[in-house]
Design a protein around this ligand. Sequence first.
Ligand SMILES: [Zn+2]
Length: 309
Amino acid sequence: MKRFITGCFLFFLILLPGVVSAQVKMTMTKIADGVYFMQNSAGSSNSTFVVTDDGVLVFDIDIRTADQTLAAIRKLTDKKVKYLISSHAAGDHATGAWHFREDKPVYIATKNVVQDLFMQEAKEFEERANDPKVVGYKGRELVRPDLGFEGNMTLHFGGLTFQITAEGRGHSTGDLTVFMPQKRLMFMGDPLDTEIHPGQGESAGVWFSNVKGWIQILDNVMARNLPVETYVPGHGPVHLGRGVKDLEEQKRYFVVMRDEVAKMVAAGKTLEQVEKEFKIPQEFAHYTRPERLKAFYKLFYNQLIERGY
Ligand SMILES: [Zn+2]
């Protein structure tokens, strides 16, 4: 019974994105020498940081949790945070630069992230900062990237190479990845989520996830055949050493789920019927956050028949 009540309480919290942030804990795992993964306990965005002799680089920063990332860094090193990188513009990945202001890091993102942070993401930040129910925004500022790029770039920092690639539209209007050859790691951002139904991408009423693009990004990364032992997910737990199997599973998720919706479209079902009757295939039945699927049915459905979205 106690477990049931706890479960209901957690479920209730998960339904309220602002409230849940107050409860969120970022749990640190060392994933390579000097590289630390911070997993979000509520299934929201993860963050990763790299400690070098020349300072620290942080990948993905949420205004609601980046203070926990900074605290973890301060415990491990007295080096300053020199670089921030956001995988994409969504609030849970690109709003947290404010927490690092004392160290004056250079904040890197793609040009479309810079743009989005002036557009719908700025609007969402303002809405949340003015909503008394939302925790983690009030009294804080949206700090935008210093450097916006297109294509790809290489950063040599602290004896390491960071190969930063703009992967194009998939989960968001533009997702980037970071390959670290010396660590056999790749930071995937949201094109890879593990053991969780992916987020559908929406800010201030603008919907941006594109299933076709998402599959394409995964295909593009896999086609590089990179020497990567661990692909670090944007949401969900990191699977050390699972390598490309994580990407294959994520791709299969979209292919299989879209196909299930497509069969229902072919059978003449309406979106309302799809939402009501869809059965999650067995291989993804253990994924958490099933409440996220409702918006995804709409994406699969409308993107299949090319009606908006
Ligand atoms: Zn995310």
